[in-house]
Design a binder for this molecule. Structure first.
Ligand code: HEM
Length: 158
């Protein structure tokens, strides 16, 4: 018999967006417009220029695959975003707000409002998990307690 407590709670299922505006051709246009703007941004432009030297077309096709997988759920992207971002040593957490701001402006300009909402919500979710992977470190548990008390005792209450 399975205990109710042991039953894992599945994450909410994200469904494919079905909308007459949205197909691979549209997503390809959106991706190109977004990275066109990113490349002109004073903060993000140089980060991308350093990472992607020469032909941008492979990156734009990869990002079209990525967004088709995220929005249409068509499985076209098989890559691993986290290691690609861990390599970027000059990125700081605040850069994500800049990235998301440009993304929001681009989808607002190109998408119908109900489509824009889906793109932005999914971008925000992925941005959060990328930021956790890049910047979140657990504090070294117990170090404070060891410094301020004898081993095994709690630090004095303030
Ligand atoms: C400050 C924010 C960000 C910066 C500076 C950034 C920068 C970059 C750069 C420079 C690359 C190319 C890496 C390479 O080819 O060596 C890349 C790849 C990629 N980025 Fe970002 N990114 C950011 C946020 C995001 C967000 C929020 C998403 C998703 C919503 C995303 C999705 C991806 C994906 C899927 C790739 C391709 C990874 C692969 O090689 O398979 N990025 N990013």
């Amino acid at each position: 018999m399975r205990s109710r407590d042991a039953t894992p709670v599945p994450p909410p299922i994200e469904r494919a967006l079905v909308h007459p505006q949205v197909d691979r051709v549209f997503i390809g246009r959106l991706v190109r417009e977004f990275y066109g703007r990113v490349r002109h941004d004073a903060r993000l432009g140089p980060i991308f220029a350093e990472a992607i030297q020469g032909d941008w077309e492979p990156h734009l096709e990869k990002m079209t695959d990525f967004w088709c997988a995220v929005i249409l759920k068509d499985g076209s992207y098989q890559g691993r975003p986290v290691p690609a971002h861990l390599k970027l040593k000059t990125v700081v957490p605040e850069d994500f707000a800049v990235w998301l701001g440009i993304f929001q402006e681009t989808v607002d300009d190109l998408c119908e409002p109900e489509v824009a909402t889906v793109f932005v919500e999914r971008a925000q979710r992925i941005a959060r998990s990328l930021q956790l992977a890049m910047f979140f470190r657990l504090p070294a548990a117990g170090i404070e307690a060891d410094r301020s008390s004898k081993a095994g005792e709690l630090p004095p209450a303030r």
